[in-house]
Design a protein around this ligand. Structure first.
Ligand SMILES: [Zn+2]
Length: 317
């Protein structure tokens, strides 16, 4: 698919400069003229006035007790780092709201009111490609560190290494690397129609493409066929890869595929799906225009929406 890398979280220009990860002296030098992206409990720091990420100078008051340990890479001639402020407890916690993401803004006493920690899912479609890549990388790495403090081989406490890109176990010398879990997400088509489903707990009326985690020993194509058969009872023939999207909530890589259905009768797995239905192109146009009587579109920035809009526009090649 020619436009594959125009998906949200794709097409950034971050140079990861892995050779610097093992050179703490050079990283310390690079930090002086660099910038830091702070995260707090999975939320990313955004600047409502300037728009986009709030990248702070390393001597910002907010960072005085939090030297950035994670080196993200180089962009625009500057080194970019990330740091985790999750240990901080606010006096006035932001009010969480329901829906697909938390829309609360968490401000901090060391920062102006216009700057706040926010759920990346609510802001991802507003970021430049490189900002989105920085945020996805930082969130994915920090989430991994926060849930992988112990060695999977011996159970001992592990320590961060390689500027955040590795964890080492001092007890058994095992090395551990950040995880990325592949998920297939499929545009299942049959003639003029596409198969949409909704999971229990989604906002009312929202439907999207079917998706599921790949299992060990599977190709992407086999995973697409298995998931569609399990969830909706539809048989699938030809499968082809379209585009991918990093999805750091917490650690997925979405693999977008087009799949040709060989049957159209739907048999639901009620554990996975609350409803599924075929939707033709004309209806899909109404859904995206928010004029459909009972289906709402999925979130902006997600690869499902990207694939459906490109299918409608005949731009999957
Ligand atoms: Zn170990």
């Amino acid at each position: 698919m020619r436009l594959a890398e125009t998906v949200t979280f794709g097409g950034g220009d971050l140079e990861r400069a892995a050779y610097l990860r093992a050179q703490p002296d050079r990283l310390a030098e690079a930090l002086v003229g660099g910038v830091v992206l702070p995260l707090w409990r999975g939320r990313v720091l955004f600047d409502a006035v300037a728009g986009g990420l709030a990248l702070l100078p390393p001597d910002a008051p907010l960072l005085r007790d939090h030297p950035p340990e994670i080196f993200l890479g180089l962009s625009g001639g500057r080194a970019h780092f990330a740091t985790d402020l999750s240990g901080w407890s606010p006096d006035a916690p932001a009010v969480a709201t329901g829906g697909l993401f938390d829309s609360g803004r968490q401000t901090h006493p060391d920062l102006p009111e216009s700057i706040a920690f926010e759920d990346l899912r609510g802001r991802m479609a507003d970021l430049s490609p490189t900002e989105a890549e920085l945020a996805a990388t930082a969130r994915g790495l920090l989430q991994w560190h926060s849930t992988h403090g112990f060695c999977a081989a011996c159970g001992g406490a592990s320590v961060m290494a390689q500027a955040g890109w590795q964890r080492n176990c001092p007890a058994c010398n095992a090395t551990h690397f950040p995880r990325t879990d592949p998920v297939v997400i499929m545009l299942v088509t049959r003639g003029n129609s596409v198969l949409l489903g909704r999971s229990p707990g989604w906002p009312e009326g929202m439907f999207s493409l079917l998706a599921g985690f790949m299992e060990p020993g599977e190709t992407m194509e086999a995973a697409v066929r298995r998931e569609v058969a399990e969830e909706a009872g539809v048989r699938v023939g030809a499968v082809r890869y379209l585009a991918s999207q990093p999805w750091p909530f917490p650690a997925s890589l979405m693999l977008g595929a087009q799949a040709e259905a060989l049957s159209d009768e739907i048999t639901l797995d009620p554990v996975e799906l609350e409803a599924a239905r075929w939707v033709n192109r004309e209806e899909l146009v109404e859904i995206f225009a928010e004029r459909h009587p009972d289906i709402r579109p999925g979130r902006k920035g997600a690869i499902a929406r990207f694939l459906m809009l490109n299918w409608l526009a005949d731009r999957l090649e």
